[in-house]
Structure formats: structure tokens, C-alpha cells
Design a protein. Structure first.
Lengths: 567, 567
């Protein structure tokens, strides 16, 4: 026998590390341990199992060729020497190189010796200390058993009203699962003032918020949950500062934190997560760690972060397998590439948000754009809404966010930016991006190009922006020193010209130069159109004519419309 | 007035250069010239106009906000000082800095002085010297007038049978337009032995070829067209070496070449196309050129090429506009990023093909993969077929090809690879690519990751491939020294085990290690599965057990199936 490899954790990173190591090094003795009996399942698929899109939990456990990844599978197909489920690793003795485990069914304990150990122990739901969180009917969706129990209750008609704590990715995916197929009245309570906080900035988050409401999800922002109350041990309602929400089911989706207990007890270096080098080795070179339990370098932030993403866990697994087998392989770090489905929308982000960038001290600015995903003349072209976050000083691209239709168009733009982000691209690099083009798929200049153009125009001062919140405030308050120049088609402008007489003025895009004398020089002039493209060009003509008080609200009226704001 | 800028050509690059220059430099006097009366249209949209997807030709001429880009549009909205249509530029006098033009309607000639000149004169259809190519009913789809005439004939029921010369992108798009909506019996005659020659390699080209046949398009490869014959001046049939094809309409889509005549006459440096530097300046620094008429650096090939793509022409326009206005801006070069719709398929490529790479002297190898675009358990997940071309010596990625369902999933993968190709990525860089993941959009490890894994396994010798053509030959000829080990589900293997007794042996994936003694050591062993993943793992186990004659046909049986080959 070759060297003894023990892998703790058999969901994503663990099995992949074990199988890769065994394949490269068939003489090794590989042991795979998990405390659960269900292993190697697609945890990211749980919301689609609960929704019913995936009818059977076994589908989440199957290979693409429909073989269930159970214990015999790993033993027979993958050649893993020992697969121990319902087995809890309780202690690591690094000096003697043994793992102490407890067999949960028999309660027996034993010691397993290793030459190399892999910690793929995942994350733990971060449950805030709310009274009542242990009531029957309160879940965290942290494993497949919980998912099956939730689906059972839905299928048995036990759930009329659900409350979800947290409007992060899991919370929103669960909201969709409950509402869309099961017709459960769902309320999402979010501590912050927007859904997907720190992932999306306000302009895109507001689109998501409005879409949730359109789909019948009640979204309560700035929520302060005080207590979960039950009756006969079963959840009954969630008490928030201002209101109480009846609930037959409560999901706590307020994040996960790395499971570091075992590592900590063993004296391994632990910060927010288990500390690893680029080879995914812990402070003990015989022990590797990967997946949701580790800290990894963030390539935009320039410091280590916790990033509990399934795709990273899978990549970690292969890298650890390589290193175990003596093939030096590195994990370069993350850019936080993210995507999710939210009802009819694809929502994604990569890099860092404006909020995070400013907290971190970047001189961060942002550009917005909305545009059809494909040529506007191609049937069924939907709109994509995008934000670019960039550093004014270095012109470096820091982040990108997108909300589009539920096609793969949003994926495509995220793929492009995520792919180049590790190489520290500038706004110019984004302008220079070569992307394939055909009218059924995209536009001759991609939304990414146009977005980068907006950023460049902001950097050169060719485009002078104003925040939409400020625009809406001035409009509502009737600010006497501001006029709004609507550059759109007369039919589009007419209702607003009537509604705001004297302040909302229609000068169509192609008449700006000829009818410039209709635009006052002694007031703030705010140019309006649907995408901000015509507004930008109008501003250029006026700036060239010596106007000094012109502004363009970034992104255009289509944003405001998608926020559900009536103007 | 500021400096005088004259732009020749008003389709894609020209208008963009003119408008950008004017916007940045409103004091300039900008003249835009085109020989046609229809300008600034989406030429890449022509097949969709002909198919009827785009009902009206004006849609191809409109902005996203539905304003037709005609002469008044450029004058009023864009501030272009003079827009001269139906005006042919006949000569450039570089010493006197004047362009000689002829007004095609009045036949009058005049001289237009310039400080800077822009050549955006596009390409010219490359029509082979076939007798009869001037007959009525023979078209090249080189402008919107021709497109309108073709659509008229279709709409009037004048076209029952069409013949298209050339199975390049335009030829195939036209074949779809004719067949899908108009029900025209369409034959495509291609000189080479595959559709999309030099863009796709054989494995993916065969999928496209079979799909065309499935959709009712007759595709004739290795065709040698001798003559186009007419009756009363109108096209009647196309005479090929072996067969004659009746035709009411013939499209010649055998490529375009740069329009260099004007530049050549003016003594500018011309090679295959007009020679420009990275600022898109010709050999005369006062004259810029961009779009289909120029040669540009190919960043994978390392030499200049002609690449007549609409997206590049648009990017050139903006770069020229910047440089004209005194903002130094560079065009870094191209990687040849390409995508098209072909009936139900999205077909794309970026970088260079294996054929081209080997011609150019690279030690090129290729990897194949097929996989679901999104998690296999997600409803409606279709298959994507991908090829990676890489250099064995440097491990550099040279090219990527994909054929997938008509979603934007193919676009996404092309976006990722195209974005990094200019940075000379290696196979390892592709393995390290961070891509966003969610089950509705992709798989935890993207097909790109898995494809790069195949390439790495090939580079390390962990995977020993065999060409499918060789596999099929041995199977058909009953090669006595070869056995085929089918690792799939018994139900899948059964018919072939019966059909090829003793030679086609079923050893299921998870029984390879236990039942290895059923596999002969003294024969060539070819492992079979649908995607080549199980076959690869089987090969690893056998190699570890000392087998020396094992092979895996790349890509798996799904490729063969999609070629329409019965085994």
C-alpha cells in the first residue's frame, strides 16, 4: 500500500480530492469520512429540489450518467478504499498523525492513521441568537435531510405561510421555490436596506426587490427580528420590531461561516476560516483544506476572505488531489464570481461592489447601463441592466454586476469579466475586449463595451452624472432651479410634460442642437432618456456650447421603471 | 471651423468614426460619404431580414430607440456637417489632401479637401470566375438592396429551389433563412470537405453538417462548380462536376476580400488588406482605415490577417474617432472571436482551429468534450460540444470551438475564452478560470474546466486517445486485434454487444476494477462511453494494472451520434 490519505467531509471538495488522488496514485489507501449518510450531493441544487424542478432528491446525488453517488459508487467506481458515513471526526492528533472518529450509529470510536489529511468540512449556518430558533418548523437548509423534510411539509400542505430571514442568495432562491410552485405566501425579512447586500449595489438591488414584489414575495427591508414564537413547540409567527408575521415554516438564511472547530482544536492556524497557502496546505504541511471551511485570497481586494461557493469547493478538491499525488498545483485566489436565478431574472456579480470598494478605500466610481441583450431588431430581445465598479485613480475594473432575463446572456457577460478580473484589467481593457458577435446573441458592441464607454466618459469628464435619488427628489420637491430635458420620442415625453409644466421640457434627441435656445443656461439641466445614451450626447452638445450646469442620471429611465418608481 | 475630416464609407466603422470624432471635437468639419443611399445598417442582420425574423428592412437601420439612421439623422442628431450618399470616392490626392468624388445621380464630380481622411470602404464579395455568375437571380448578399430584392422574390413565390455556393457563415445563415420560413428547397455546395472550413475542425463541423441535413438542407461537400446556367437571362441551374442542381435563385457566399482599390491607387501600403498600425493609421499618417478593408494583427497567429467582422468594424470606428480627436487609442489585435446561429444550434469559435494551427507550425493537439450546459438535473439541460486546441510544447491555448443549443450558453463559453486569449493563456490558466455557478445556468465545474482537464490529461499522458475515424474503421472491418469495452449502462450497451459478439464487451463503469480479468491484455482495448469520462477513468485503472494497449476515443459516443453515424 502507498500512503494513507484521510479525507474528512464528502459533499463537494472532499470526494473530488479523494477520487483525484486515488486516480493519480492508485497505490494510495484513501479513506473518505462524513458524518452524514447522504454524501456527494449537489447542495446548490437544493432550492430546485424544494421547488419541484428537480423531482427526486436522488437526482442531486447522481452523476450525469445517472448513477447514484453512494458508498458503493465511491468504493467500486472510484476505488476509494474506505468510505465511512455517519462517522464524525472528533479530533486530530497531529503528532501521532491520527484522526479520532466516532461512528454515530454504533457510538463506537476509533483512530484512523494518516500520512496526509484533507479537511473538507464545509460551513455552518450562521444563526443569529433569536429566541425560538430551535422550534419545530425552523430550518437552515444546510443539508439534504432538511431539504427533504421541508419538501415533505410543503407536499403535505402543511405550509401556507413562510417567513425567510435573510435576502441573500439562499433566501431568495428559497422564496422562489416556495412561491412559484407551491403558492406559499412568502415573506423575506432582511436586516439591510436591500436584497443581496454587499453583492449588488442599490441600482440593481432595487430591480431585484421590485421583481420579488411583482412575483408576490413580500420583501421587508431594514427588518429587526426579535423572536420566533411557537405553539406546542411548533413555529407560529416571527416577531419583527414593527410587525408580526404568521408562519408555518421559517427559513434562517443569514449566511454560513467556515466550520473551523476541528482545525482549531488541532492547533492549526485559523483566522476567519482555516488558513491555507496557495497549494491549499494548512499550517501543518501534512494537512490540506478546501471548500467552504477555508480562507482564500481575494484577487481584487488583495486580502483573504471566506467565499463559500460550490464551484470553488469543486476546484479546490481537484487541486488538493493533485498536490496529494505530488503534482504541485496552485489555487490562485477568487474574484467572487456569482450568479443566481431569481424568478424571471438572472442576477450576477463578480469582483467587488461599490459599497465594498469604498469601504476598502478604493476611489471607486460606478457606471450604469441598460441595453437589449441581443440586437434590438431580433425578436424577443430582453433588457440587461449592468453596473461597472472602477477605481478612479488607477482606472482598474473592480467589479461588475448584471441583472437580465433568465437566458444565459447574463452568464455570458459575467463569464467575460470574471475571466479577466484576476489579470487586473482597466476600463480600457474592457473597451478592448474581443467578443464574438451575431445578432441572435448579442449586439455589435456588447453591453460590456458600452458600459466601459460610459465609465471612460465618466473618467474623462465627458459625462457628468447625477444620482437618480437626487433627480427624483428635485422632481418631487419642484426644485425651481432645475429643468428636465426629455430627449425621447414626443409620445413618451408627453405625459410628463403635462404633469410637470415648465419643468419637464421635451427637446427630442435629434433637435437638441437646433433648439438649444429652449434650454436655459441659468438652471441645472438634467437630461432624460431611457438608457442615458441620448442624454449623454445631448449633454456633450451643451457642454460644447458653454453650458456648465448639465447632468445625466446614469442608466436612464428604464432603471427607474424597473424599480417600480412612478415619476 | 476646426479640422476637416472626411470619412469614406457609412455602414459600420465609418459612421462610428465620424460621430465619435464630431462628439469629441464639435468644432471639426466632418463629411461622411457613401456610394449607396442606404447607410448605417446592421449588415449582419440581413439573413434575419430575409428569413422574416426582422419584418422590415428599416429595423436594420434603426437605433435601439427606433429612429432611422438616415441622412437627416446623422446631420441633426449626430451633427455630421455633410452627409453625401450616392457619392463615390474615385481618387485620393494625398499631396493636395483632397478626395475626388462623383455624385452618382447627377454624375457631377467634385473635390473635397481634408486634413484627416478615414477609409471605411469595407469588403467586396469574392466571386469565383464561374460562367453565368452575372445572370439574373445570382446574388452575393453584399448590401441591403440585394437583400430586399431577394426577399421580394421569396415573398412573390418566385423561388422554389435555391443553391448556395459556400458553406461559410453567410452561406449557412442564408440556408436557414430560405428553409426555415420560406420552405425553399435549398442546396449548399461547398468546395471543402466540411461546412465552416478553417473555422471549425472536423468533430464539430460534422455535427453542423448533420444538423443541416436534419433540417432539410442538402449539403454537398467537395463540390466543384463548373457553371451557372440560365434561361432568358435568368438563372436556371448550377452545374457541378457530378450533378446539376436546378435553381431559381443562387447565392454566392464564397467570402469577401478587402476593398483596397482606392487605397492602392493613392499609393498607400496595401498587402492583403490596407496596412494600418495599432492606431489604425495607414502608411500616410493623415489617413486612417478600419473595418473590413484593413489587415489587423492576429494575437494567436502572431501575424496580420483580414477579419471582416461587424463587431471589429464598430470597435475600429470608435478608436479612429478617438485618434482623430487627439486621444491616442490603440487596437490591440484580434483573436477571431466568432458565433452564429445555425437552425437550433449555436456555433462558435475563437482563436485558431487545429487545421490552421498545424499549418502554421504549432505542435497542436486537441481535446474534445460533450456535457450538459447546465446541471443535468435541471429541467431542459441541453448538450454542448466543445473542442480545445492547444500547443503541446508551450501548453498554450490556441483555440476553442463550441456547438450547443440555441441558448446563450455557447456565447458564455466563447466570451470566457475570447476574453483571455489575448493574454496567451495556458491549459492551466483555463483550469484556473473562475466562473460564476448556479445549477440553472451551468455546472459546478464548467464544461470549459472539464475540457481543460481533458487537455491536461492528454499532456501528461494520463489519457491516451484514438481518433474516432480509426475506431469506426476497426469496428466496421472487424479488426481481430481490437476489443471495445462499453462502460455504460447495460441497457445502452446491449444492442452493440449483440451486434458485435466477442468484440463489443460490456463491463460497466463501476465494475471495471473488479472484473478487469474480462479485459484482454493482448489486444488493443478501446473504452467507450457517451462522454469519454467513464472511458478515461477505466483507462486509468487499466494503465495502473499494467495494460499497455488501451485507448479512449475523444469526446464520447454522443459525438458519433450527432454526426448521424450509426454504429
Amino acid at each position: 500500500m502507498g500512503k494513507r490519505i484521510v479525507v474528512i467531509g464528502a459533499v463537494a471538495c472532499g470526494p473530488r480530492a479523494a477520487c483525484r488522488a486515488k486516480r493519480l496514485m492508485p497505490e494510495a489507501e484513501v479513506t473518505l469520512i462524513d458524518k452524514d449518510d447522504l454524501i456527494s450531493y449537489g447542495a446548490c441544487g437544493i432550492p430546485y429540489f424544494i421547488s419541484g424542478d428537480v423531482p427526486d432528491e436522488n437526482h442531486l446525488r447522481e452523476t450525469a450518467f445517472r448513477m447514484v453517488r453512494d458508498v458503493p459508487f465511491f468504493e467500486n467506481a472510484k476505488g476509494i478504499d474506505h468510505v465511512l458515513t455517519r462517522t464524525l471526526a472528533t479530533e486530530i492528533d497531529r503528532e501521532r498523525k491520527v484522526v479520532r472518529v466516532k461512528h454515530l450509529d454504533s457510538e463506537k470510536e476509533e483512530e484512523i492513521p494518516y500520512d496526509n489529511l484533507v479537511l473538507a468540512v464545509g460551513g455552518i449556518p450562521q444563526v443569529p441568537p433569536i429566541p425560538g430558533r430551535d422550534l419545530d418548523g425552523v430550518f437552515t437548509v444546510s443539508n439534504l435531510h432538511q431539504a427533504m423534510e421541508i419538501k415533505n411539509r410543503l407536499a403535505q400542505g402543511q405550509v401556507e405561510r413562510a417567513v425567510i430571514l435573510g435576502a441573500g442568495p439562499i433566501g431568495l432562491e428559497m422564496a422562489e421555490a416556495f412561491t412559484d410552485l407551491w403558492g406559499v405566501k412568502t415573506t423575506v425579512l432582511e436586516y439591510f436596506d436591500q436584497p443581496l447586500p454587499r453583492i449588488l449595489d442599490t441600482p440593481l438591488a432595487r430591480i431585484v426587490a421590485h421583481h420579488l414584489e411583482e412575483k408576490g414575495v413580500r420583501l421587508v427591508l431594514n427588518a429587526r427580528v426579535k423572536e420566533i414564537r411557537g405553539q406546542d413547540g411548533r413555529v407560529k409567527e416571527v416577531v419583527e420590531e414593527k410587525e408580526t408575521y404568521p408562519a408555518d415554516l421559517v427559513i434562517i438564511a443569514t449566511g454560513v461561516r467556515p466550520n473551523v472547530e476541528l482545525a482549531q482544536k488541532a492547533g492549526l492556524l485559523v483566522n476567519q476560516g482555516i488558513v491555507v497557502n496557495n497549494r491549499l496546505q494548512t499550517s501543518d504541511p501534512a494537512i490540506y483544506a478546501g471548500g467552504d471551511c477555508v480562507e482564500i485570497p481575494h484577487l481584487v481586494l488583495g486580502r483573504r476572505v471566506v467565499m463559500p461557493f460550490g464551484s470553488l469547493a469543486n476546484r479546490h478538491g481537484r487541486i488538493i488531489g493533485d498536490n496529494l499525488a505530488g503534482r504541485p498545483t496552485s489555487f490562485p485566489g477568487t474574484v467572487g464570481a456569482f450568479i443566481m436565478k431569481c424568478f424571471d431574472l438572472a442576477v450576477g456579480a463578480t469582483g467587488i461592489s461599490l459599497t465594498v470598494a469604498r469601504e476598502e478605500g478604493f476611489e471607486a466610481e460606478y457606471a450604469l447601463l441598460n441595453q437589449t441583450e441581443r440586437e434590438h431588431y431580433f425578436p424577443g430581445a430582453g433588457f440587461i441592466f449592468v453596473e461597472l465598479v472602477f477605481d478612479r485613480r488607477t482606472r482598474r475594473v473592480l467589479g461588475f454586476q448584471a441583472v437580465g432575463p433568465h437566458t444565459d446572456g447574463t452568464l455570458a457577460r459575467l463569464y467575460a469579466v470574471s475571466s479577466i478580473l484576476p489579470r487586473r484589467p482597466t476600463v480600457e481593457d474592457l473597451i478592448s475586449l474581443e467578443l464574438p458577435y451575431a445578432p441572435p446573441y448579442t449586439t455589435a458592441l456588447d453591453p460590456l463595451h458600452s458600459l466601459a464607454h460610459v465609465a471612460e466618459n465618466l473618467l474623462t469628464g465627458g459625462l457628468v452624472p447625477i444620482e437618480w435619488d437626487e433627480v427624483l427628489r428635485r422632481l418631487r420637491e419642484g426644485d425651481p432651479n432645475t429643468v428636465f430635458i426629455d430627449t425621447r420620442h414626443p409620445r413618451e415625453a408627453e405625459p410628463l410634460v403635462k404633469k410637470y409644466p415648465g419643468r419637464w421640457i421635451h427637446v427630442e434627441y435629434d433637435k437638441i442642437r437646433r433648439e438649444m435656445d429652449r434650454i436655459p443656461r441659468d438652471k441645472d439641466v438634467i437630461f432624460i432618456c431611457n438608457s442615458s445614451m441620448r442624454a449623454y450626447e445631448a449633454q456633450r452638445w451643451l457642454m460644447a456650447a458653454g453650458y456648465t450646469r448639465t447632468f445625466v442620471p446614469l442608466g436612464g429611465l428604464n432603471f427607474v421603471r424597473r424599480w417600480g418608481v412612478e415619476i
